[in-house]
Design a protein around this ligand. Structure first.
Ligand code: FE
Ligand code: CA
Length: 537
């Protein structure tokens, strides 16, 4: 067994592994194709001269028996090649019960390919349900920071007392510091749900936009709009090099979906914002989707093929919660009425318009029909509830949100009713303010049945500091009686799902345009299964 002996010799140098871990790693390594240690295409770890873990570590999509671990090697994160030659790098990983790795229970080796910007996505199977695990990577002599992963409860676990998650969105680097991510790292949550605008395609000047207190000399290649694969990879490197973002990822597993800015503002399917021909825009979309995959803790079914990526997916947390993560960008009809805030029209109300595409819509409605969950949660991107701009008859609606796709929204609300859901909670981001809505069977009739609840989390940074009551606070709340909460500051939202009630806390930070902003709870609500809608706690 020369392969085994070679593997054992390599293991022998990995003194950071425990004996048990080495045995497990050995077992794992033998299942890999020949490592090709002599191939010139492999960069020996000892040749990595600077810390390659500048982009942190991450875990994603908890399953009952498995965690997904991510990292991306980049000794020079602001360089196009990340500071590595176009060679493969062997990366060791370890999973332990404890943060100090006294009890390593799984370990192995993954290959960081230059074709994927030296990212690795490791699925670790064979774990116990419903518990935290700690993980780290090693490349050469460099050891990564420690991250925390978590498995979901067993699928048939009838009594899961609670699941707590934070919802986040919209983190324009140039609009401020990731103070909210930093506070999020200290929250006691099982996971974080990211609802999109993880990066923005817009350029970042040498001062880091509104981060002038610390970022004063960023390379010029960040100050352009991302179009090519190299542009997107570099932009992720800039964002992910931020210490507060890295802390949030290390602390909690993330369940991520994208919105528009990971590709381009307000794109719709193959239609770009500014009339670029679809065949040309799809090249850009392919670059954006590939960089998204490379930089986020996603599982193999989400790996893109060209300009296509299956991002919508279902996660179950015992019988307590079913999360149907949506993608409302890749398959949607083009925005009606020229996009922006417009009066509704025959065009926007055309029943053939879709937000999800037919296949995703059917998948969601079928998933609701068979759901046995106490809570049906739908992480997605844009405002779902009706949102009139003013109480007067000449109100406008956002054509980019579900208000521009009212027939598609009605199909979902009708589907929820037909499925007998009494536990619907839709999550959204995108708006750069915090909203809490009751979802009405007929938004024109405040007395109509409340079908569910929408929690729209504010931005992490986008829009800079904001104000508690934005200028349109009175008109928006008067125009939309189902709007129960509206706050214009930065922050995130924490939701605790229990067996009968859910508690929602809208959290805000005092500032993002200076470092060191403090955290407050702006408002709290509860909602119950069978008593949908937001109630002041
Ligand atoms: Fe945004
Ligand atoms: Ca957006």
């Amino acid at each position: 067994m020369p392969e085994l002996r070679a593997a054992a010799r390599r293991m022998g140098r990995r003194h950071f592994l425990t004996v048990a871990g080495a045995a497990a790693a050995l077992a794992f390594t033998t299942h890999l194709p020949a490592a090709g240690a002599a191939s010139p295409a492999v960069l020996e770890g000892r040749r990595i001269a600077a810390d390659p873990f500048t982009l942190g570590v991450a875990s994603g999509d908890p399953l009952p028996d498995s965690v997904l671990l991510w990292t991306r090697l980049a000794p020079s994160p602001y360089e196009p090649d990340g500071g590595l030659p176009a060679q493969r790098v062997e990366v060791q990983w370890e999973v332990a019960f404890d943060e100090r790795f006294y009890a390593v229970i799984k370990s192995g080796t993954a290959t960081a390919h230059p074709e994927y910007a030296h990212s690795v996505h490791v699925e670790v199977p064979g774990l116990d349900p419903d518990r935290s695990y700690y993980y780290r990577f090693r490349a050469g002599t460099w050891i990564s920071p420690v991250g925390r992963a978590r498995t979901a409860p067993s699928p048939d676990a009838f009594w899961v007392p609670s699941l707590t998650f934070a919802a986040v969105a919209c983190a324009a680097y140039f609009d401020g510091y990731y103070t909210a991510y930093r506070h999020l790292a200290s929250e006691d949550v099982d996971m974080v749900v990211h609802l999109g605008d993880y990066i923005y395609e817009y350029g970042v000047d040498s001062a880091g936009g509104h981060r002038g207190y610390t970022d004063r000399s960023l390379p010029a290649h960040f100050n352009n709009e991302t179009v090519t694969l190299q542009d997107y990879r570099l932009r992720y490197a800039l964002y992910k090099n931020d210490p507060d973002l890295r802390a949030a990822h290390a602390a909690h597993p993330f369940v991520v979906t994208w919105d528009d800015h990971e590709t381009e503002n307000n794109y719709a399917g193959a239609v770009s914002e500014n009339g670029v021909p679809p065949e040309e825009f799809l090249l850009r979309r392919a670059a954006a989707y590939r960089a998204y995959w490379e930089n986020l803790p996603l599982r193999p079914p989400q790996q893109p093929v060209g300009a296509d990526m299956r991002l919508y997916r279902r996660l179950r947390f015992g019988r307590l919660a079913q999360f149907d993560v949506l993608d409302t960008r890749q398959y949607r009809s083009n925005q009606a009425n020229g996009d922006g805030w417009q009066a509704p029209s025959a065009e926007s109300e055309d029943p053939s318009r879709t937000m999800t595409g037919a296949a995703q819509e059917r998948w969601l409605l079928d998933g609701w029909k068979t759901s046995e969950a106490v809570w049906n949660v739908v992480p997605q991107q844009v405002t779902f509830a009706q949102r009139k701009s003013t109480p007067s008859a000449d109100y406008k609606l956002s054509m980019d949100a579900w208000d521009g796709y009212p027939a598609a929204r009605k199909r979902l609300l009708d589907g929820a009713t037909a499925a007998g859901l009494d536990n619907l909670m839709i999550l959204s981001g995108d708006a750069h303010v915090g909203y809490g809505f009751d979802l009405k069977a007929d938004f024109a009739d405040p007395a109509s049945r409340t079908v569910g609840t929408e929690i729209s989390t504010t931005s992490l940074t986008s829009g800079r500091d904001g104000a508690q009551k934005p200028g349109n606070w009175i008109s928006l709340t008067q125009a939309n009686p189902h709007l129960k909460h509206y706050d214009g500051r930065r922050g995130y939202t924490v939701v605790r799902l229990g067996q009968t009630n859910a508690d929602i806390a809208f959290k805000t930070v005092s500032t993002v345009t200076r470092p060191g902003g403090t955290l407050s709870t702006a408002a709290t609500f509860s909602t119950g299964t069978g008593t949908p809608g937001l109630h002041t706690a």
